[in-house]
Ligand binder design. Sequence first.
Ligand code: MN
Ligand code: MN
Length: 349
Amino acid sequence: MGEVLVGGLPQFKFFMEYGPDEGRKVTPGGSGTESNVHKLPISENMAGVSMRLNPGGLRELHWHATAAEWGYVVRGRVRVTAINLEGHWEAADCDEGDVFFFPRGWGHSIQGLGPDEAHFILVFDNGSFSEFGTFSASDWIGHTPPQVLGTNFGVPSETFAKFPKSEVWIVPGPVPPPLPTGTGNPHPLRFVYRMSAMEPQQFPGGTLKLVTVNEFPMSSTMCGALMTIQPGSLRELHWHPGSDEWQYVIKGRIRVGLFGSGGRMRIEELGWGDSGYIPSGYGHYIESIGDEDAQVLFGFNSGTHQSISASEWFGRNSTQLLATNFGVPESVIEKLVLGNQFVRRGTKT
Ligand code: MN
Ligand code: MN
């Protein structure tokens, strides 16, 4: 599939809830799909995964050499475990609406806790990331000589005869018992954040839950947000000077306009299961165009969230400057409602 150019910018959306025929990896324990630079060329610096785990299904112990992982639980409950090089380790349960973060290189796992299927979105700060090429425990053990394993784990080498010979990735299993309290040696910066308990910020046209390094100190290289936009309302024209933006539509329909300088503009419509990508520094806006509130998940490859709103920017300049800039009378400029409202109320047309 070649690059589609409309108005000089390449496609910036990719439908992630595709089926097995199109590359969904399905196992008895769960399934996963991914979006990365190989599927969506514009997404050079970030990638995402949509994963589902059956009750007890375990995304096995693994790590990523090249990316940190920021996760959001869309539905259901999961148990995550993580360890770092300083001997901090922890197992923690995440409810619907919670987020977790594994810094690059940390060993981790994710398990479905039931009673229903768990669905979560993972965001990575590397466009080349692939969920189907991670450093997995089973793959490593399966490719290490049994004699070495025997010495390493202090048992006869035959012990490993029945271990998997290659990566299991996601395995079915029993739902684990409730977590005992007081176990582990948690890092002082916990790797789960209760976003579900957070009060959303209210704006004229929608709401926002923003989780940056300030709320969630572990997540020092990535941050994320959950936004609702009422039908017809608008996430204002803005740009992010310090990070790329990765999007996933949980519900509703949105129309995203991407401005890439030099007369380049591209507008795409995204619905449930679509991911979107906004390169760092590119101007953009989001309209909610469906009949229900749009709910959009955002991931950014920076621990802080920096955004510059066009309406605030214009409002910090004089009426005369703006009149000169746009070649219209000052009386026209004076009518503009300037100042950042983040999500502006609008009516569906
Ligand atoms: Mn992972
Ligand atoms: Mn944005």
